[in-house]
Design a binder for this molecule. Structure first.
Ligand code: B3K
Ligand code: ZN
Length: 893
């Protein structure tokens, strides 16, 4: 990318297309050497275009154009211009059939974008701009076309040939070839196109819709994985029912297919009627898959299915609107998962992710609004901000409108824009029109980047019983705007007021009671100004404010709680999320004390308030075990780093370990009791919320014990490893053994790792968990272990799951090793990025994230991280993906 600086694309430059493509007919012949794609497009000028003489400019790259004709007449070489990224035909009629013949080589496509080979099969990934690697096309989401696809391939090698829509024809051809033709009656943009050819097995089921139509459901996998499809199938049926019940959305085609592939850049893809999935997001069975894995399968299957309405039937006008489909669909899948399992656990997990990683993104050089105003490479904007913060923005609309009005708004949105490519304005307008609410200020959430801060101060007047809460908001600088330039957000702040005996009734002056709760103990305040005071009356005692209940807005809220107030919220508030949050705050305060002591070389004794709070939780058998497990989890190093101004790698790591160890020692009896009471029960495996909570509590107890002084702990871990009947228990035991610094542990761990590999070497997804367990090992020499593993037969740099499991896990989750003061971790990552840049730019750019955070570290680390970034930038052939992230990271340096 040295010769031509990559171009920045701006939202403000959006223009509707000069041409439309009513019909797209593809004929794809797959052979071992070249794949030949013949495309016949029914093209006409867009009546809405201003430029009636515009040339036809099609996107296309990495292809050899063999032939081009218009209405059957060859277009001569002199009549068109080919560039590396376009085919321009200057003079075309107002309506015509364009035929192109192109050759491509999917077997050489390591970017996993467009048509490529994954092991023995062919598959596609077209979102966002991969279709242009298959044929010349108007590859933009506001060009919707009716697709017919014929695939020709060797029958013995590729017995299964799939594309979107319904199978309309199939048959035998000469030379052992066969073909299948598919027709998709729903117009769609090219990014939703899919094609699969392979030797695949299938499990089948049916779903009867609310209007009594029977839909065929098929999941295609390699034969050896047929026993791992039941959970995905059950999740799919649950999702189909849920979308009917909660959103009134019925499935439209007569068939819905999922295909599992090993080599995939992300989790899955919502191609119309033919979802393509990373094996990691579809395959699951108890012996090979953790509870987290099961939940991921359920969530991703639902997410992709929900896209059929939020994304496919109503798609995005342009890629700046990405959050229109992604934020909304993440909100939908989160609510679905909450309904299927534990609502509080789901919320806590999502908030943790957001507060740790999305907040870090918001504070870094790639920070962007939920709707970015510009990009160099759109693949770089499939971010936590667009997805997770985007979902929080939709959740806030839900909070402000209430469930009923929100549903009316979504109905109106789907009704108005069915079959269209829409914008975020369209979505907000539907919500406004259905509810009568003015969301104009609210839309700043889509255009202003950064995590808003709210400071809360309170006062209480005993004589009048009036309690006042003053909230002040601001938003820090981000690359595109300073804090002064930013306008106040419209923020729903859900609150409770906690008294000595529980939650108090809330009477906000000048308003009617909310009646969200029968006893009026919950209230959503609407903060719209830079500073606002809310007065509450009839309060018999000074309350403890419980702020941002349920994490009602993606903000950082500061209030000066005493530790006693936090323990009160932990034990008494009605909102499970807030109890967990108070517990985190208390643990953060304790770890901060320990960090202080670590820095000054002093011993630290853990605040008994935290130890006793944990003891109470562990002893209270009436508590929800999921809650107990959540509360016992100390804030992660990543979270502690996010909230630090300057990340002190060693202090965070060793202080947190010290606190964990002291808690383990102080609570040994309770932890052992908890562990033993949850072990060895002969219950059949279940993925119910209760069963998941039991395993999670058992394993967190084990991890404390192993890091404490209990003499039996290692033996317990080893026994669990040997007797485990599910992967959650097995990998948890393996991980604690691998991370134990006790004298006996290394030999045990080594043996356990070897045995584990022998047992699971033929299950790629299990081997990946084995890689993660080692990549995350915090003992010294971490980088050497990772380098050794890269030579192992289990590793393959061309497979994104392997890259994420080894390189990604190490660089993102193993701070004490990755951020080693000698900078070797940074050099290692730079080397991998340079290799990946050529093979798979999307994965390369994604793996860069830890280096982009350089401003958060001490001077010496900053210099080393920048050196690594500069070395990458100096590479002669940088992809747009990597160029954008590296150059923006180094900007202003
Ligand atoms: N829409 C896809 C993501 C495509 C990413 C392309 N780089 C999966 C999803 O969000 O459902
Ligand atoms: Zn999505």
């Amino acid at each position: 990318m040295k010769d031509a600086q990559p171009k920045t694309i701006y939202l403000k430059d959006y223009r509707s297309p000069d041409f439309l493509i009513d019909k797209t007919d593809l004929h794809v012949v797959l052979t071992d050497d070249v794949t030949c794609v013949t495309a016949t497009l029914q093209v006409r000028r867009n009546p809405a275009t201003e430029n009636k003489q515009a040339p036809l400019v099609l996107n296309g790259q990495d292809m050899i154009l063999k032939d081009v004709s218009i209405d059957g007449c060859p277009v001569q070489n002199s009549q068109y211009v080919l560039s590396p990224e376009t085919l321009t035909i200057n003079e075309v009629p107002d309506a015509f059939a364009l035929k192109t013949v192109c050759e491509i080589k999917p077997q050489e496509n390591t970017s996993l974008e467009g048509l490529y080979r994954s092991r023995t099969m062919y598959c596609t990934q077209c979102e966002a701009e991969g279709f242009r690697k298959i044929t010349y096309y108007l590859d933009r989401p506001d060009v919707l076309s009716e697709f017919t696809t014929t695939i020709v391939a060797d029958k013995a090698q590729f017995p299964v040939l799939l594309s979107n829509g319904n199978l309309i024809d199939k048959g035998e051809l000469d030379n052992g070839q066969h073909f299948a033709s598919w027709h998709d009656p729903f117009k769609k943009p090219a990014y939703l196109f899919a094609l699969v050819a392979g030797d695949l097995s299938v499990i089948e089921d049916t779903f009867v819709t609310c209007s009594n139509r029977t839909i065929d459901l098929k999941i295609f996998v390699e034969e050896k994985d047929l026993d791992k499809c039941d959970h995905a199938m059950a999740s799919l049926k649950n999702a189909m029912r849920w979308d009917e019940e909660v959103y009134g959305r019925e499935y439209d085609l007569d068939i819905f297919m999922i295909v599992a592939v090993d080599d995939f850049n992300m989790g899955a893809m919502e191609n119309k009627g033919l979802n393509i999935f990373n094996t990691s997001c579809v395959l699951a069975k108890p012996e090979t898959t953790t509870d987290m894995g099961f939940q991921r399968v359920e969530g991703v299957v639902a997410h992709e299915y929900f896209h059929n309405w939020s994304g496919n039937r109503v798609t995005c006008r342009d890629w700046f609107q990405l959050s229109l489909k992604e934020g909304f669909t993440v909100f939908r899948d989160a609510e679905f998962s909450a309904d299927m399992g534990s609502r509080t656990v789901k919320r806590v997990e999502d908030v943790s992710l957001l507060r740790t990683l999305q907040f870090a993104e918001d504070a870094g050089p790639m920070a962007h609004p939920v709707r970015p105003p510009s990009f160099i490479e759109i693949s770089n904007f499939y971010t936590l901000t667009v997805y997770e913060k985007g979902a929080e923005v939709v959740r806030m609309i839900h909070t402000l409108l209430g469930a009923e009005k929100f549903r009316q708004g979504s109905d109106l949105y789907f009704e108005r824009h069915d079959g269209e490519a829409a914008t975020i304005e369209n979505f907000v307008a539907a919500m406004e029109d259905a509810s009568g609410r003015d969301l104009s200020q609210f839309t700043r959430w889509y255009s202003q980047a950064g995590t808003p801060r709210i400071t809360a101060k309170d006062s209480y007047d005993e004589a009048s019983g009036i309690y006042q809460l003053t909230l002040t908001q601001s938003c820090p600088d981000t690359p595109e705007a300073t804090t002064e330039e930013k306008q106040p957000f419209h923020i729903p702040v859900a609150i409770g007021l906690l008294g000595d005996a529980g939650n108090l009734a809330i009477h906000l002056q000048g308003t009617e009671p909310d009646h969200d709760t029968p006893d009026n103990t919950h209230k959503v305040l609407e903060l719209t100004q830079a500073e606002q005071t809310f007065s509450f009356e009839k309060l018999p005692e000074r309350p403890i404010p419980v702020l941002l209940r349920g994490f009602s807005a993606p903000v950082k809220l500061e209030f000066d709680y005493s530790r006693e107030q936090l323990t009160a919220i932990m034990s008494r508030d009605d909102d499970g999320y807030s109890r967990w949050d108070a517990c985190q705050k208390l643990a953060v305060a304790v770890i901060h004390d320990a960090m202080q002591a670590y820095r000054s070389g002093q011993p630290y004794i853990v605040d008994t308030l935290l130890a006793e709070a944990y003891r109470t939780i562990l002893n209270d058998s009436s508590l929800d075990q999921a809650m107990v497990a959540l509360m016992l989890q100390l804030p992660s190093e990543a979270y502690l780093s996010e909230i630090a101004d300057v990340v002190d790698v060693e202090a965070i790591h060793f202080a947190r370990q010290d606190v964990r160890k002291q808690l383990a020692v102080a609570l040994e009896a309770e932890l052992l009791h908890t562990y033993n009471s949850l072990t060895g029960k002969d219950k059949p495996f279940s993925t119910s919320a209760e069963a998941v909570a039991e395993r999670s509590l058992k394993n967190i107890a084990l991890s404390y014990l192993v890091h404490g002084e209990a003499s039996s702990a290692l033996a317990l871990a080893q026994q669990q490893l040997q007797s485990a009947t599910n992967m959650t228990d097995e990998i948890s035991a393996l991980s604690v053994l691998v991370n134990s610094d006790s004298e006996a542990a290394p030999a045990m761990a080594q043996q356990a790792l070897a045995d584990f590999f022998t047992r699971w070497q033929h299950e790629a997804l299990v081997v990946n968990q084995w890689l993660v367990a080692q990549a995350n090992c915090v003992l010294p020499e971490g980088l050497e272990r990772v380098k050794t593993l890269m030579q192992h037969e289990a590793f393959d740099i061309k497979n994104p799951n392997k890259v994420r499991s080894l390189i990604g896990a190490f660089c993102n989750n193993n701070a004490i090793n990755f951020h080693h003061a000698d900078g070797a971790g940074y050099e290692f990552l730079a080397d991998q990025i340079i290799t990946l840049n050529e093979l798979n730019p999307q994965i390369a750019a994604r793996q860069l994230t830890p280096l982009t955070k350089w401003r958060k570290y001490d001077e010496s680390r900053q210099a080393l991280m920048c050196k690594a970034l500069e070395r990458i930038l100096a590479e002669p052939a940088l992809s747009k993906d990597v160029y954008e992230v590296v150059s923006k990271s180094l900007k202003g340096k």
